[in-house]
Design a protein around this ligand. Structure first.
Ligand code: ZN
Length: 56
């Protein structure tokens, strides 16, 4: 489902991409997570694309 509305796209990117992904099991965690909520690994990477600004 393609999203063409730039405003929606921005919101989606914020919701979807500002996450951390576990390198161990691939689960998505919140950006503030220090451990994976699924396997409790600390091997997380930030899944953040093309949106440099973080909204408070
Ligand atoms: Zn994990």
């Amino acid at each position: 489902m393609p999203i063409t509305d730039p405003e929606k796209l921005r919101i989606v990117q914020e919701r979807v991409f500002i996450k951390k992904v576990c390198r161990n099991c691939g689960a998505l965690n919140s950006i503030r997570a220090t451990k994976c909520r699924r396997c409790h690994s600390r091997n997380l990477r930030i899944k953040k694309k093309e949106l440099p600004a973080k909204k408070a």
